[in-house]
Design a protein around this ligand. Sequence first.
Ligand code: CP
Ligand code: NVA
Length: 323
Amino acid sequence: MNAKDFLTIKDFSPAEIQYLLTLGRQVKTHPTTYSETLKRKTLAMIFEKPSLRTRVSFDVGIQQLGGFSIYLSPAEINLGKRESVYDVAKNLERMVQGIMIRTFAHEIVEQMAEYADIPVINGLTDYSHPCQALADYMTMWEAFGKLQGLKIAYVGDGNNVAHSLMFTGAQAGAHVWVATPPGYEPKADAARWASERGRETGATCTVTNDPQEAVSGADVVYTDVWASMGQEAETAKRKQIFAPFQVNQELFQRARNGAIFLHCLPAHRGEEVTADVIDSPRSLVFQQAENRLHAQKAIMIELMKGEFVKLPDLAELRELAHV
Ligand code: CP
Ligand code: NVA
């Protein structure tokens, strides 16, 4: 793998995604092997939206690899207003060895990656959530021992999480069904890309407005909040529109016996999912959340493992300075 950045699952080959998933599982079972892999390296974490899982898993993850993190909230950077993306990138590349960024427009993450000479990791944009998808497929692999041929039904909003689920399913040879209300489908380019990549891997991607059809015989039933971060003003309207897309027992029972339930979290019980589904033994949402840690350690290892600038030899410096 020779990628500098981790911006979207689409940037990688099926084999590279398989490799990252394998490394994630290896890191999970043998964490101490990697406890010095990123020794003294620092990850800057830029958050323009709230977070629990992404912040904690990157922070803990880099520490478990021997490094450090710096949390930069909207108040510190105020990206694009207090300081341009270009200037932030050019400053940070002088001081840290990697940037994780959670923001709104996907273009901001692309610009950051273009301007910074250090790895940039997408911690969620309005378009995609690739770190989440790696953890999702790691969880499915643990549950079923394979990814090829699984039927994955995503029910709800055709959002960032849906896009990354579609991309990764296409890379892994899975059959991803996305059921949304009319007008809330995933972006057409995302569905097109997933179908095209699927021709190489045996995957399919089907977008429908029928949740029952999507969930029928599925191995995995997945949902996400109806109003994403930045869409708070639409919450009441969306609650009405999305009501028939709630993952409840009646819908979940259409999946095959032994199906699992996944949710990227945060979840709103009684809205996109009922408590009797998310809190049932079929739900692996906390294993899925934990896998964020392992999957992202794999990403950081792969992107940030390169040579680190060595500390100057102090004796040599003193001699040069005659002190
Ligand atoms: N799933 C996820 O990304 O959670 P946070 O928004 O809490 O980081
Ligand atoms: N679609 C959600 C995912 C949160 C992890 C959002 O963007 O708010």
